[in-house]
Design a protein around this ligand. Structure first.
Ligand SMILES: Nc1ncnc2c1ncn2[C@@H]1O[C@H](COP(=O)(O)OP(=O)(O)OP(=O)(O)O)[C@@H](O)[C@H]1O
Ligand code: SF4
Ligand SMILES: [Mg+2]
Length: 370
């Protein structure tokens, strides 16, 4: 069996890649004059009804999983979505895939609103938007050979690859993700976690998508294997012009692949920007707290960085705080923070959007968290 350690490409950073199109990715001064984004998400809201009725049998409550999220994704760009567990990252992914219906909002893919498409059109669109999941073992049918798993999308979308060419195409896809073509005859349990993720990526590539939504694709892998899988995604992007939404809860992981990073808190994006902006000049207290908790790579960074310990529980999405949802844990909160929901807007002339009334530039050591 092949191993992960002899696979994967060069260094573990996305180097020498042009930064992706729009400046901010929100509609707040976003892509002024730039080409139409591949994907534009506008005020996406997804509420789930709570299981039980409220106090004294009152109305059912709502879990505000996603509560007004907007962003743009340019062609060939990677947007990292990062935030604590339960902040709504996977819900965004699932609604964009139409695996769940949004409560409100719009998402324009190549100008077409994903949320108003018929079932048949959604099926056709699945060719262009694919997903890679956190747990490749759970998403690969254990009773199917790897070759069948990779070829399965061609059954759902007939006519894309003629039957007689499928075996050769499966072999080429396996080799493209760093596995031998002969692995097509094996079963998922015969592979390591990293190899299974490569198989998941090969399956996602089978329909030649334009956009891949990667939901925590490396979170279950060892650090060295994480880097290899990320390198593979970066190489494929350069070669095939793919766009990614890359979801993770770890700012350091997201940094390795993203052109821009959107930091989420309780169903909302609270700060979005390029690497320099988020990692070296964060302005939102929540981003600053997350970065302060990440291990600094060198002694200078360690000395200069002051750890911010967040006190209090992460609030419930059933009953989120009024105004700024971070206010119950924010050391800078003032009365306006409970009265007025801070908009995700550029708070400095040449800064980047931040949803904080008291956004403040913080300059961190250049080495950041990598
Ligand atoms: N099908 C569902 N029914 C009810 N509530 C749900 C459902 N799916 C998600 N939620 C709730 O919505 C909120 C957001 O969940 P989501 O899975 O999107 O978070 P996440 O950011 O992906 O978290 P994680 O990092 O743990 O994967 C959570 O409070 C979750 O419990
Ligand atoms: S708006 Fe207020 S509570 Fe929210 S992050 Fe800014 S200072 Fe803190
Ligand atoms: Mg998730």
């Amino acid at each position: 069996m092949s191993t992960d350690s002899n696979r994967g490409g060069a260094g573990n950073r996305k180097t020498g890649k042009e930064r992706g199109g729009g400046e901010t990715g929100t509609h707040t001064g976003a892509t002024g004059g730039a080409a139409e984004p591949l994907l534009r998400v506008k005020d996406l809201v997804k509420y789930y009804p709570t299981e039980r009725k409220g106090f004294l049998g009152g109305r059912r409550g709502e879990i505000k999983a996603v509560d007004g999220v907007s962003f743009d994704l340019q062609r060939g760009e990677t947007l990292g979505l990062v935030g604590e567990t339960g902040c709504g990252k996977s819900t965004i992914a699932r609604t964009l895939m139409r695996l769940e219906e949004p409560t409100s909002g719009a998402a324009y893919y190549k100008g077409r609103d994903l949320f108003t498409l018929s079932k048949a059109s959604v099926q056709a669109l699945r060719r262009e938007i694919q997903m890679v999941f956190q747990d490749p073992f759970a998403s690969l049918n254990p009773r199917m050979e790897v070759g069948q798993i990779i070829a399965e999308p061609w059954v759902v979308h007939p006519g894309i690859v003629p039957k007689e060419e499928q075996r050769g195409r499966v072999g080429a896809l396996l080799e493209r993700v760093g596995l031998p073509a002969a692995d097509a005859k094996r079963y998922p349990h015969e592979f390591s976690g990293g190899q299974r993720q490569r198989i998941g990526i090969a399956r996602a590539l089978a329909l030649q998508p334009d956009l891949i939504i990667c939901d925590e694709p490396v979170s279950a892998l060892d650090v060295s294997v994480q880097a290899q899988v990320i390198n593979l995604l970066v190489e494929l992007q350069a070669e095939l012009g793919l766009s990614y939404i890359f979801i993770a809860h770890d700012l350091a992981v997201v940094r390795q692949i993203s052109d821009r990073v959107a930091v989420m808190h309780l169903g909302r994006i609270v700060e979005v920007g390029g690497e320099d902006e988020i990692y070296a000049r964060p302005t939102h207290p929540y981003t600053q707290a997350l970065l302060s908790a990440a291990p600094a790579p060198n002694p200078v960074g360690r000395k200069e960085r002051k750890r911010i310990v967040l006190e209090g529980e992460l609030p419930s999405p059933v009953n989120p705080p009024s105004g700024c949802t971070f206010r119950t844990r924010c050391w800078k909160a003032e009365s306006i923070c409970s009265e007025d929901r801070p908009q995700l807007i550029d708070r400095f002339d040449h800064g980047h959007p931040s949803a904080c009334h008291f956004a403040e530039l913080q300059t961190l050591p250049a080495a950041g968290t990598a």
